[in-house]
Design a protein around this ligand. Sequence first.
Ligand SMILES: [Zn+2]
Length: 456
Amino acid sequence: MQKRIRTQGKAVLLSALRGALTVCLLTAAAMAQAATQVEGARLWPAPDHTRLVLDTGAQVQHNIFTLSGPARVVIDISDAELKTSLSELDLSGSPIQRIRSAPRNGSDLRVVLDLKESVRPRSFVLEPNQQYGHRLVLDLVGESAGRSQTPPQPTLSDDPSGKRDIIVVVDAGHGGEDPGAIGPRGTREKDVVLRLARKLAEMIEAQPGYTARLTRTGDYYIDLRSRTLLARRHNADLFVSVHADAFRTPQPRGASVFALSQRGATSETARWLARSENRSDLIGGSGGVSLDGKDDTLAGVLLDLSMTASINASIGVGDYVLRELDDVTRLHKQSVEQAAFVVLKSPDIPSILVEAGFISNPDEERNLGSSSYRDRLARAVLGGIRNYFEHTPPPGTLVAWEKRQGNEGGSYRIRRGDTLSAVARDNQTTVGELMRHNGLSNDRVVVGQTIRIPAS
Ligand SMILES: [Zn+2]
């Protein structure tokens, strides 16, 4: 952060130079140095918007407006000058064709974005964080993005034989201007958690009966509420946010799993009731209840029930995940912790936050940077998720159907990692019995193969 010494105002200069030649006045105005130096610029293209960030060194006053024919966005920054090159920004994937800038009114700065298409701009300033100083942010929201902003409507699964997939939304914490925690060797949380989240989603996708969705697929920021909104939009059965935070000392280490705290739940219930647009959303997902038309007391009771059920389910799945993580890494806490994290506040979607380790611990920073270690972490989280859903599968899913078939002495579809002996053990039978019942000549199985299970 740099704050330049503010030069004397023009009025002072003028009075000091009263009576001097016009040419001297012009020289003095031109010499007046702006208070703020725009020292850097970054561009973060995301699927529904592009974020332009200017490093301003100090807080700035600014004004934005749009012009049409051709489409432009104009940013006027008071008392500022450009000390970086905007022409070197990579504009690919953004709606910006070209960026121009010029001094204005002596000490102000005007930046003009020539656009390929019209956008809805919004701007705000950001306070310094771990990586950057004061910033001016300009979001260019695509004209079509507004349509997807309408509240999602969960699809009702009214066909019990539909055997839908279990949907897991995986959220990589932080991103873009928000690096998250930074390790002693400079590893950024936003980068390692994105790689971990991608691996986890890929492993979930490979499971029959499961679909995974990522909240972010690249290096850009999504605000916390939008992450929970994405989970609703995807009709998630589970939301998993992945982090690797830091402590102020290097010693703490180990993984933790969080669910929403009761205090967080209570304030969220109040917030939902206060916002009328939430009323038309269903709670409880498939076959859920609408709060529309319910009076406050009843709506509050329904929300409390849903919230309590979601927290219990979150603790349940978190517990399975912790048990699996225990084989891969040290645990920071032996049981699921509870906190009022915003991303965990969906009233009807079980949501957990996995702290994969402390990036502030040099050993864990090194581990998190290794893809084989991240693979093991992801496999452990997947194992926990599978174990949870195999015990309590959501109705209407393939996993629920398979569980029922198994209980009735039906069939079992071989998944990756299965062995015939494991299938036999899970169904209280023997390898020999399964081979006889299925006419197999050896105990080799392949993914996707259906094994008939004899009724016990
Ligand atoms: Zn984090």
